[in-house]
Write a protein that binds this ligand. Structure first.
Ligand code: URA
Length: 246
């Protein structure tokens, strides 16, 4: 692996800012292969060198994968003149890493949003050919019925010609307002809202609760994020590899 500056390698873990790394180096708390580092500009091969901070080896990852519990009010974009984006919820050091959201949630949609700088796997996760399930909890106005579930299962062609393929709709509660669980295998613009509005059940609330085999981590409060573990990233990779290729 190519050599990189120590401050860049250590800050990429998201635990320390570059400024903090400099201070740690001054205090002799950063070791590279057992030898105290002298400067933040010193370079090391993150794949080969053993880098320790305060006695703990750092877990360097080539790519960063985060799970964010998105709150309402943030755009799923990397920059936008019109308002706050999900990147505004991350610390400076992570914002510098070229992270982007894996797909979009509407501004008012909450829940699981992955962010990464690994383009290949992100692309595969979003590909309609791979059929990675995205699961949503929704509350709608009106009574959800078995006929609505059947319409989802058949697939719906919207009046503007947009074809929404077969999707899952499970009724969790039915009344003047109803709750349901929707499973999509594609991600067209406003798809859940448009499918339900077409059936006369406008969405009042939408939250993504699962992507592929990865459920929303309920220990994350809205607006909080965590790093995916290596095994979570590998299981996403294994899942897209096992699905139909384009
Ligand atoms: N479908 C929608 O309508 N909105 C979202 O944010 C995600 C899926």
């Amino acid at each position: 692996m190519e050599k990189q500056r120590l401050d860049k390698i250590i800050a990429s873990t998201g635990k320390w800012s570059r400024r903090e790394v400099k201070a740690l180096i001054r205090q002799g708390l950063v070791l590279v292969d057992g030898v105290p580092a002298r400067s933040a500009e010193e370079k090391a091969d993150p794949g080969a060198a053993r880098i320790e901070v305060k006695g703990e080896p750092i877990a360097y990852r080539r790519y960063t994968w985060l799970m964010l519990n998105k709150p309402a009010g943030y755009l799923s974009a990397t920059e936008d003149g019109r308002g706050a984006t999900v990147l505004d919820l991350l610390p400076e050091e992570l914002r510098r890493q070229g992270l982007f959201p894996v797909g979009r949630l509407d501004k008012d949609t909450e829940g699981l949003l992955l962010l990464t700088n690994e383009g290949g796997l992100a692309h595969d996760l979003l590909s309609p050919k791979r059929h990675v399930d995205k699961v949503y909890y929704t509350r709608v106005a009106g009574r959800l019925t078995e006929a609505d579930c059947a319409a989802f299962a058949r697939g719906i062609t919207l009046p503007d010609g947009l074809v929404c393929r077969s999707a899952g709709l499970e009724i969790l509660s039915a009344g003047e307002e109803s709750e349901g669980r929707v499973t999509l295998r594609e991600g067209k613009f406003h798809q859940v809202k448009r499918m339900l509005a077409y059936l006369g059940k406008p969405v009042l609330y939408l939250e993504r609760i699962k992507m592929g085999n990865l459920p929303l981590d309920l220990s994350l409060s809205r607006g909080e994020f965590r790093f995916l573990t290596d095994s979570e990233v590998e299981s996403l990779r294994a899942q897209v590899d096992s699905l139909e290729k384009p």
